[in-house]
Design a protein around this ligand. Sequence first.
Ligand code: FE2
Length: 549
Amino acid sequence: MAPELILGPLLRYTGESDATVWVETGAACEVEVLDHRARTFEMEGHHYALVRITDLEPGETFEYAVTLDGEKAWPEEDSRFPPPVIRTVAPESSLTLSFGSCRISMPHEPPYTLPGDASSDGYERDALYALALRMMREPHDTWPDALLLLGDQVYADEVSPGTRDFIRSRRDPDTGPGETVADFEEYTRLYWDSWKDPVVRWLLSTVPSAMIFDDHDVHDDWNTSEAWVRQMRKKWWWEERIVGAFMSYWIYQHLGNLSPRELAEDDLFGKVHEAGDATRILREFAHRADREVAGTRWSYHRDFGNVRLLMLDSRAGRVLEEGQRSMIDAEEWTWIEEKANGDFDHLLFGTSLPLLMAPGLHRLEAWNEAVCAGAWGGPAAKAGEFLRQLIDLEHWSAFHDSFEALANLLRTVASGERSDGEPPASIVVLSGDVHHGYLAEADFGDDAKTPVYQAVCSPMRNPLGLPERLAMRFGWSGLAKRIGMALTRLAGVEEPSFRWHMKHEAPWFDNQVCTLRLEGRGATLEFEKTRPDDPEDPQLHDVFRYRLA
Ligand SMILES: [Fe+2]
């Protein structure tokens, strides 16, 4: 009997002539998609394969099936969904990208929350789920060409009901990490819960996805500061959690971010396949990935015709030593700068953490970084660290030098210094994390020939409570900015080298998804949300539309 398909297929990479399809299977086997085959590799008793498909025609649509050891495993015989397809990139065509972040895995029925949880808010309607339902009703050419999942694809510290039951069934939830993920095995359950829902599973089988982690894929506030890491490493259960986090990220998210060509050159990918059982190799790699900042690059790029997407890892590669803090290590930063050079119609940056935040919040974080580094002396540094961890002061402005370095990179792209011909028609930084959405524009003065935007779309499913919404709104006010300026002045922090402003009245706090449409040198952006009171068939409702270029 052929082994069963546990999770997937996930269509991950799609280029002009190639694609990758990811699966988890119940046993070791050979996986085949469109006449291309891959053997599974084993990881702690789980089996995975990434099928690399090459030699496809650009700009075409290919229906596909998955066979395991020669027997058809997908699509299911009685499937109510359209057949999964691979749509290769056409060099000169338009591009539609949908993006968002922060999607907690919860039931899709009212009250959309954990059974027995008294929270009256609930997690409400899932914007990704609503997007998939709409796609099923519409022809291929209206579908997004790719999905960008910008962090918190899973919440390891706020697990799904199924994972919670699994945890209770295998260990004492009153000790160690409690009802949060303890190890690789529990991660496999969490990913399964997040991606197994038939509607979402269909979506991920037919739209390629690019992903990057944020804190909750590992733990709330992951890598906030040197002190945070020190505290966590003292906990007896932390090593197993962090190793499980990196192993599962590599398998479930990172591998599919890479192109078939990059995979062919990837040392670890090769070793994992040679080993068959990759447990030891991946455990060692995961431990190193946590302990050594340099040497592992999670950032990557994808090209869609003349549009480049640069995905920046703003979590795992942080340098945290006080006084030398950096969002991205030097080696990785050099790679990013190189990849920003070239002639593109549009240049997109993906970073889970927004670069341009509410001006009040921006200065609060910059002030806090200086205080934690000792600007106001030892006792204040301790209080600063407490505050940093309490209210998550860890975005780009809390790594102030990195904030200015990325801003300068954007400035030089916008001024045309990094292109031989025309600079891009638009530069857009796409982010998530903050559980609200907005569009901001940077003002780099007369040198900039290209508009530079920050688009933030978060959450897909996990709305903020009222007190946090009020705090976020206040952050955008003139008063918050003035308070922030007073604080930064007192701590000796320089004002940012440029200004930015929101392109609408106030941020949005719904479950939402954002779609970027690029046509030649034109670009538009569209935010859409779900409504908590939607009936059985949740819809996406217009929030905001804007012409970027
Ligand atoms: Fe989140």
